[in-house]
Design a protein around this ligand. Structure first.
Ligand SMILES: Nc1ncnc2c1ncn2[C@@H]1O[C@H](COP(=O)(O)OP(=O)(O)OP(=O)(O)O)[C@@H](O)[C@H]1O
Ligand SMILES: [Mg+2]
Length: 387
């Protein structure tokens, strides 16, 4: 490639001479007789090198040098200085000149100086490129590192969650047995307590205060019994009735049971339950429990109204069910415990709902995940494999 040079000098002779000499040496030479016009030319042509006369009328060579170096850092400058102005040479070099040539000069000297400066320029520019490239690569490495760290962190929490889930499912299995056994045993003495309390009540005709205590005993016993029935029904494995079922129908049936509550609480209901879905082999009652528990939790969170969204879709070989509410959400710290049996934040809750959901989902080799932001609501996603 022919290097572009620009000669700026007010002496016509110098322009013609240098132009001739340098062209014959293979350079692509432009000339201009004043500094002011040189800027536009440099802007357009981007010469590698400018040969700039120090002594010119109108614009001082030093100012022109500064201007060029600031505006076009990739254009290098060699100054022509006349005899007697050697003392300015230092100043010129400080201002960014790459070299200076004393007039008059020999052609050989001129070419030698130019080639020298061009060599230095190409090394310096290459250096700058390398530095930029290095910075870019370092930035990229840093980004990779960050990405990697993120991924490791993500995988670790995933692993932690999975581990927690495994422990939980094991815990649930044994707990289910114990709970069912205990519930069963407790119901008998409870029944006696209730009976005796009723007998006592009947004999306390004249003592209304005592009677009201007996009533309290009966109603509290009933409450305990209701809890036990719930525990029993959720831990007992009723025999499977595996049938080919439509998930959309199961969801709709579960929702229907909440129709009154939805209306009373002024809940906006969004459902997206496509009719054309592959059916799956499952126990409809059992799956119904999953949705009832999720809906019941969601509606509890939206006593003052809100939106309940339920959608069903096919994702590869899985059925994906999403249940979202716009309730109070779950604090970050509780996210890992909500599936634990007996974990509840409700005064009258048993904390069994979600543990049952998890057990059932697992028994179909499915997965459940939860996403929640405090005050933004909660979204549960269930994935069940088709086969
Ligand atoms: N949609 C939801 N929004 C906010 N918090 C929820 C939601 N679902 C569950 N939770 C939290 O998880 C806890 C456990 O839920 P789970 O259904 O297991 O028990 P519970 O609802 O408290 O009791 P039960 O289901 O026996 O009435 C709840 O007490 C509540 O704090
Ligand atoms: Mg619940």
């Amino acid at each position: 490639m022919r290097e572009k040079l620009l000669v700026v000098d007010d002496e016509r002779m110098i322009l013609e001479l240098t132009s001739m000499v340098l062209s014959s040496r293979g350079f692509d030479v432009a000339v201009v007789d004043n500094a002011i016009d040189s800027y536009d030319l440099i802007e357009r042509e981007r010469p590698a090198l400018v040969l700039l006369d120090y002594m010119m009328p109108k614009v001082n060579g030093l100012d022109a040098l500064r201007e060029i170096r600031v505006r076009f850092p990739e254009t290098y400058v060699i100054m022509f200085t006349g005899k007697g102005s050697e003392e300015v040479a230092v100043e010129l070099m400080k201002a960014g000149a790459s070299d200076y040539i004393l007039k008059p000069f020999s052609n050989a000297k001129l070419v030698e100086r130019i080639e020298n400066v061009l060599r230095i320029r190409s090394i310096e520019l290459r250096n700058k490129e390398l530095v930029l490239e290095q910075e870019r690569l370092l930035g990229e490495i840093e980004r990779w590192n960050r990405e990697l760290e993120e991924r490791v962190k993500h995988k670790s929490t995933e692993l932690e969650r999975a581990h927690h889930e495994v422990l939980l499912t094991e815990k649930l299995a044994s707990l289910g047995h114990i709970a069912a056994g205990m519930a069963h045993e407790i119901r008998n003495p409870l029944n006696s307590i209730s009976l005796f309390a009723q007998v006592m009540r009947a004999s306390l005709q004249d003592e209304p205060e005592m009677q009201s205590y007996a009533d309290k005993i009966v109603s509290e016993v009933e409450r305990i019994d209701a809890i036990l029935v719930k525990v029993l029904s959720t831990s007992k494995r009723s025999p499977f009735k595996l049938r080919s079922i439509q998930m959309g129908t199961v969801i709709e049936d579960s929702l229907a049971a909440f129709a009154d509550q939805i209306r009373l609480q002024k809940i906006v209901l969004h459902t997206q339950l496509p009719e054309q879905m592959p059916s799956i082999l499952a126990d409809a009652d059992e799956l119904g429990q999953v949705f009832s528990n999720l809906f019941s939790n969601a509606l509890f969170e939206m006593q003052e109204g809100g939106t309940l969204s339920v959608s069903l879709e096919l994702d590869g070989q899985e059925i994906l069910i999403t249940v979202s509410d716009t309730g109070g959400g779950i604090p970050e710290g509780d996210l890992n415990t909500i599936f634990d049996p007996f974990f509840t934040t409700k005064e009258r809750g048993t904390g069994f709902g979600l543990s049952v959901v998890l057990r059932i989902v697992k028994s179909y080799a499915g997965r459940i995940s939860v996403d929640s932001q405090p005050d933004q609501g909660t979204t549960f996603q269930i994935r069940l494999p088709l086969a």
